[in-house]
Write a protein that binds this ligand. Structure first.
Ligand code: SAH
Ligand code: SF4
Length: 384
């Protein structure tokens, strides 16, 4: 495998045609870049210049232009070779400053989002892994957009760096891949980002969580990596008929196969598994759903996170009422499951999966040609 920052033949490099940004090259890639700049300026640069650049990027969280230990003549060329990946399009603050949500514009004009959430005991950043998503879950704002492209490793890592810069003295301790996109459909770049977060930014593997809709080969691969991160699986239904409908990837990787892959992850990594369950009124919040969920999760020792579905423009069914959510949690726990109701954050700033960008995109469409976005098929009127 080549270590140069130029487009790599593996899927770990930036996706087609995208120039590397400042967090794309790994340490070996930075070596090559610094050597190239040295050659271009006719000076052989000592290896500590790479250390200084690395410290600027990963310890001081500044771009090459602001690495004060580097000679001025080097900063300009390095900054040109290593541009930032993210330009702030919109930044919204909610929960008395405890939730910050960004809509970032990427070099090719794509828009993605990142959310920073401060809690008493930790600060968590929720990152995107793709522009849009191909998985087609109808209730999800990102799924409703369809798939544009994968994010590069640098585009993922920089979301965490920018959140840490914003957080200042409060250390960003946790990273969850629960923003836009399916991280295991962009496996190599996502994994390279995880390694960078762990090895270069110093995050503990125990504080990194990949959330997947259930891409079984990706889960099996994660289990072999030797860096034990947490796995969250977006379950939403524990019978194949309903899950086929809510989460179309289930038709390819049904619940039995998913459970086997989850078991393998738990056994080899020793990390606790969690299931995400967005409660949809009269769809997956009935007593029989709680029983099925408890029976599925219990043998895997999985923790279940319950959250009422966030309304999205393309999905007509509403989330469960708070009373229904509480009842459902009780039903799961009475059957030996381990469910908690997730604290929802950022609702006043639309910090739900894909929502800020959807609002923006819809506004753009309406402004330019007056057309109305077409809603994805929903489950309204379903008897389930
Ligand atoms: N693609 C990955 C990670 C991104 S989605 C996955 O699906 O796990 C992050 C989480 O948001 C998932 O658990 C997803 O099911 C959930 N989600 C998506 N749309 C939602 C909505 N409208 N309301 C509540 N949760 C939603
Ligand atoms: Fe993609 Fe996850 Fe949304 Fe499904 S829930 S469409 S996998 S981002």
């Amino acid at each position: 495998m080549t270590s140069t920052p130029a487009a790599s033949p593996t899927t770990a490099g930036p996706p087609g045609g995208l120039r590397p940004s400042r967090y794309d090259p790994d340490r070996a890639g930075l070596d090559v870049l610094v050597a190239e700049v040295g050659e271009a300026t006719g000076t052989a640069l000592p290896s500590y210049r790479v250390d200084q650049l690395w410290q600027g990027l990963y310890r001081d969280l500044v771009g090459p232009e602001d690495v004060s230990t580097l000679p001025k003549a080097l900063r300009g060329p390095l900054a040109d070779l290593l541009p930032p990946a993210l330009t702030e399009d919109t930044r919204s603050v909610g929960d008395d400053g405890d939730t910050v949500k960004w809509l970032w514009r990427l070099a090719d004009g794509s828009l993605i989002e990142t959310v920073l959430m401060h809690y008493e005991e930790r600060s968590t950043v929720c990152v995107s892994s793709q522009v849009g998503c191909a998985m087609g879950c109808g209730f999800c704002a990102t799924g409703q957009m369809g798939f544009d492209r994968h994010l590069s490793t640098g585009e993922i890592v920089e979301q965490v760096v920018r959140a840490q810069v914003e957080a200042g003295d409060r250390r960003v301790s946790n990273v969850v891949f629960m923003g836009m996109g399916e991280p295991l459909a962009n496996y190599d770049r996502t994994w390279a980002a995880v390694q960078r977060l762990h090895g270069d930014l110093g995050l503990s593997a125990r504080h990194i969580t990949i959330s997947t809709v259930g891409v079984v080969p990706g889960i099996r691969r994660l289990a072999t990596e030797g860096l034990p991160i947490n796995l969250a699986v977006s379950l939403h239904a524990a019978d194949d008929d309903l899950r086929d409908e809510l989460v179309p990837i289930n038709r390819r990787y049904p619940l039995d196969e998913l459970a086997d892959a989850c078991r393998e992850h738990v056994t080899t990594t020793g990390r606790r598994l969690s299931f995400e369950w967005a409660l949809i009124h009269d769809v997956n919040d009935r007593p029989e759903d709680a029983v099925r969920l408890a029976d599925y999760a219990r043998p895997l020792g999985a923790h279940v996170n319950l959250i009422p579905l966030n309304p999205t423009p393309g999905w007509p069914t509403r989330g469960s009422s708070p009373a229904r959510v509480r009842q459902f949690a009780e039903d799961v726990n009475a059957r030996g499951g381990n469910a908690t109701i997730r604290r929802t954050r950022g609702t006043e700033i639309d910090a739900a999966c894909g929502q800020l960008r959807t609002d923006r995109t819809n506004a753009d469409i309406l402004n330019t040609d007056g057309s109305v976005p077409v809603p994805a098929p929903g489950r309204q009127g379903s008897s389930r």
